[in-house]
Design a protein around this ligand. Structure first.
Ligand SMILES: [Zn+2]
Length: 653
C-alpha cells in the first residue's frame, strides 16, 4: 500500500525537530491528496506529481487578491511542497520546495503573527543547508534564516550561528560584509545584555536572550485602542499592570512592534486583528509571541517615526506614530481652512497642501537596521486600583455658522483667519471629578459649562467649527483628547481646568503650554491634572524634551501668551482682583502629541472659597468664557493670511 511506501520514504531522510510533531499525519493526508493511487508509480513520479500540484496551488495563491488570502491557503501550499521531498528525498526540485516552504512560512508568521510559522520557516532553511550541501540556495537560506532569528524571533544566539556558517562558506561573497556587521552587532548586544543582567538581577538566568519570568501569573492585556489621521496614529495598549517591554521597528514590510514580557493577550484580541487602513497604518495585530511574551505589531504603509510613554491608573502604553521625515516646519504652517467634516469620518480628510509639500520635499530613505526602545520595570510598588475600561469617547461637532447672529459674515471669513476647527477640552468627567471646592463644587461641572459657553462664542462670532472632547459627564482618558484633535486635524486645542491648592488663599489664573520644567509649583499642577505622582512625571521628561525641540512649542507658547493676557485683563482687573500668575510650562499628558498649537488654562482656584462662590454664578462663567474667546481671537488674528503666506515662503524649501 501507499502508506507503507510513504512511511519508508519519510524515514529515509532526517526530519528536523519541528516537523516531527506533525509527521504522523502525513500518510493519511497524502493518501487523500495523492495525485494517483496506482501501485506501479515510482517515488520519483509521485514526487513530480506533488510538485506540479504545489506549483499550481502556489500560482493560485499568488493570483488571489492580497486581502482575500488566508493563512489556511498558505498552509495548504506549504504542506504540498513538503510532501514533494518526503515522497522522494532525491528528487531534483526538493531544494526549490524547501525554499518555497521557508518563504511561505515566513510570510505567514509575519502576516498572522504566528511565531510557530517563523520557526518552521527557519527549520526549512536549516534543513536545506544541512541535507543539500551542494545546493545553490544555501547562501540565501543561511542569510534568510539569520534574519528571521535576529529580527522576528529575536533569538540572537541562533542568528549568530547562521551568520558564522554563512561566513565559513561564503566569506568572500558580496554580502559577507553585511553578515560580519550583523555578527558584530549581535556580539555587542549579547555582551551588553549579559552585563545588564548581572547588574540588575544576578539570580535570573537568561533564555533566548530574554529575561526569564520569575512569576507565575501573567499581566493581562485588556484592550488596544487607536486614533488615526493620514500623517499620525496613536495606539494605546490598556494593561492590567506594569510590564517590561521592548519596542522596535522592522522593514520589509515596514512595521513597529512592541513585545510585552510576562504578559498575556486575551484571545479576543489575538483572534481579531484591527484593520486601520489609514495612509500611515495598515493594521494592528496582537499575538502571544511566546508563552510569556505578547507582541503587538503595527503594520505600516511606509517608514515612520514612533514614540512611546507609559501612564498609570489604569496602566497603559501610548505609542505615537508619525510619517518619517516630517520636518517640524510643517507643523507651524497653519493648514489652509478646510471644509468642515463630520466627526464620524475623520479619515476622509486629506493632508493639507502645505503639509504635503513639505513632506515630499524632505522625505528621505530610511537607513537599514532596527531601532529599539527598552522599557524597564519601574521601581514603584504594584498598583492594585481597579481597571477602568474607558468608554468610547463622545465627540460633538457643531457646524460653523457662516453668518453671525447679526447676519454679518463671520470673522473667520472676513479676516481669513486660520482657525477653521477648534477643539475645546473641558477637563476630567465621569468618575474623575477633578478639583473639588470647599463647599463641594466640582471642577468637571464648571469647566464643562464654560467650554460650552466658549464654544458658542467661537461659533457665533468667529464662525469656527467647534469640537468638544466631551459634552456631558463622561470620562475621557487624557491620551485620547489630543489624539482626537489630531485625528480631526484641528487648528487649535484648548484644555480648560481649574486649579487647587492646600492654601485656601491661593487664587488667580495661569495658562500652560507643554514643556519640561523644574518649577515645583508647575510640576504639582501637572501631577494633579495627569493623575500621577510627581515622581512619575519625571518619566515624561525625555519625551517632552524631544517635543520641546520642535517649533510647535513656540506656537503653543505664543497662543498661551495671548490667552493669558486676555484672561488677565478681564479677571485680574476690577474690585475682586485675581492674581495674574502668567504663562507657565509643564508636562501635561493632555497636551503631549498634539499637532496644533495647544494650551491648558487654569482659570481659577476652586480651592479658594471666594473663587468657588463666584464660579457658581452664570456671570462669572460667562466672563471667563468671554476672556478665553478674546484670547483665542487675539491669537487667531496673528495667523492672518499675510503672515501665514510669508511663513510658508520662509520655511518651505
Ligand atoms: Zn483639572
Amino acid at each position: 500500500m501507499g502508506i507503507g511506501i510513504l512511511t519508508m520514504a519519510s524515514r529515509s531522510i532526517k526530519i528536523p525537530p519541528v516537523f516531527k510533531s506533525i509527521r504522523f499525519l502525513l500518510p493519511a493526508l497524502c493518501l487523500l491528496l495523492s495525485p494517483s493511487a496506482g501501485f506501479s508509480e515510482t517515488r520519483l513520479e509521485r514526487a513530480k506529481a506533488f510538485y506540479e500540484i504545489a506549483l499550481s496551488s502556489h500560482e493560485q495563491l499568488k493570483a488571489t487578491p492580497i486581502d482575500q488570502q488566508t493563512r489556511e491557503q498558505f498552509l495548504a501550499v506549504s504542506e504540498t511542497y513538503r510532501r514533494v521531498y518526503f515522497t522522494d528525498p532525491s528528487y531534483g526540485n526538493n531544494t526549490l520546495c524547501l525554499m518555497a516552504i521557508g518563504d511561505l512560512r515566513q510570510e505567514m508568521g509575519r502576516r498572522w503573527n504566528v511565531p510557530k510559522d517563523l520557526e518552521v520557516a527557519v527549520a526549512a532553511y536549516e534543513f536545506l543547508v544541512k541535507e543539500y550541501p551542494g545546493s545553490k540556495f544555501r547562501k540565501e537560506a543561511l542569510m534568510t534564516a539569520a534574519l528571521i532569528y535576529r529580527e522576528d524571533l529575536r533569538q540572537q544566539e541562533k542568528a549568530l550561528e547562521q551568520y558564522e556558517k554563512y561566513l565559513e562558506s561564503f566569506g568572500k561573497s558580496a554580502d559577507a560584509d553585511k553578515a560580519r556587521l550583523a555578527k558584530d552587532e549581535i556580539l555587542n548586544e549579547l555582551a551588553a545584555r549579559k552585563k545588564e543582567l548581572e547588574v540588575s538581577s544576578p539570580s535570573l538566568p537568561a533564555t533566548n536572550g530574554l529575561i526569564a519570568s520569575n512569576t507565575g501569573s501573567l499581566v493581562r492585556i485588556l484592550d488596544v485602542r487607536h486614533w488615526d489621521s493620514p500623517d499620525y496614529g496613536r495606539v494605546v495598549i490598556d494593561m492590567e499592570d506594569e510590564v517590561q517591554y521592548e519596542m522596535g521597528s522592522l522593514e520589509n514590510p515596514p512595521r513597529v512592534y512592541i513585545d510585552l514580557r510576562n504578559a498575556r493577550a486575551s484571545s479576543k484580541l489575538v483572534k481579531s486583528p484591527i484593520t486601520v487602513d489609514s495612509d500611515l497604518l495598515k493594521s494592528i495585530r496582537v499575538g502571544q509571541f511566546k508563552s510569556d511574551t505578547s507582541r503587538i505589531v503595527m503594520d505600516l504603509k511606509g517608514p515612520a517615526d514612533y514614540t512611546l510613554f507609559e501612564l498609570p491608573n489604569p496602566q497603559r502604553l501610548v505609542i505615537d506614530i508619525r510619517e518619517k521625515s516630517i520636518t517640524e516646519t510643517a507643523a507651524v504652517i497653519a493648514p489652509p481652512e478646510t471644509q468642515p467634516q463630520p466627526a464620524s469620518l475623520p479619515n476622509s480628510s486629506e493632508p493639507s497642501a502645505s503639509t504635503a509639500s513639505v513632506d515630499s520635499a524632505s522625505s528621505s530613505a530610511r537607513t537599514d537596521g532596527t531601532e529599539k526602545a527598552e522599557g524597564k520595570i519601574a521601581a514603584i510598588p504594584l498598583q492594585n486600583q481597579p481597571v477602568v475600561e474607558p468608554p468610547a469617547p463622545s465627540v460633538a461637532v457643531t457646524r460653523p455658522a457662516q453668518r453671525n447672529s447679526n447676519g454679518a459674515h463671520s470673522l473667520t471669513r472676513a479676516l481669513g483667519l486660520k482657525v477653521g476647527r477648534i477643539i475645546l477640552d473641558p477637563g476630567h468627567g465621569g468618575h474623575d471629578t477633578g478639583a473639588i471646592g470647599p463647599s463641594g463644587l466640582l471642577e468637571k461641572e464648571v469647566v464643562l459649562d464654560i467650554a460650552k459657553r466658549l464654544g458658542k462664542l467661537l461659533e457665533e462670532r468667529l464662525g469656527s467649527e467647534v469640537v468638544h472632547t466631551r459634552i456631558d459627564d463622561t470620562f475621557i482618558s487624557l491620551e485620547s483628547r489630543p489624539a482626537m484633535a489630531n485625528e480631526m486635524h484641528a487648528d487649535l486645542f484648548v484644555s480648560i481646568h481649574m486649579n487647587s491648592s492646600a492654601n485656601p488663599k491661593a487664587n488667580g489664573i495661569e495658562t500652560y503650554y507643554l514643556n519640561f520644567t523644574t518649577d515645583p509649583e508647575a510640576l504639582e499642577v501637572a501631577a494633579r491634572e495627569n493623575a500621577v505622582s510627581k515622581e512619575k512625571i519625571s518619566q515624561l521628561e525625555g519625551l517632552v524634551q524631544k517635543i520641546a525641540m520642535s517649533e510647535k512649542i513656540d506656537e503653543s507658547h505664543e497662543f498661551a501668551t495671548h490667552v493669558q493676557k486676555a484672561l488677565g485683563q478681564s479677571l485680574a482687573a476690577g474690585k475682586r482682583r485675581r492674581l495674574n500668575r502668567g504663562v507657565k510650562k509643564a508636562p501635561f499628558v493632555v497636551l503631549v502629541g498634539a499637532n496644533m498649537p495647544s494650551i491648558l488654562a487654569e482659570i481659577s482656584f476652586l480651592s479658594n472659597p471666594e473663587e468657588e462662590k463666584q464660579l457658581r454664578t452664570d456671570e462669572q462663567r460667562q466672563k471667563i468664557a468671554e476672556s478665553l474667546f478674546a484670547g483665542v481671537l487675539s491669537y487667531a488674528e496673528t495667523l492672518g493670511g499675510v503672515e501665514v503666506a510669508s511663513r510658508e515662503t520662509a520655511d518651505t524649501p
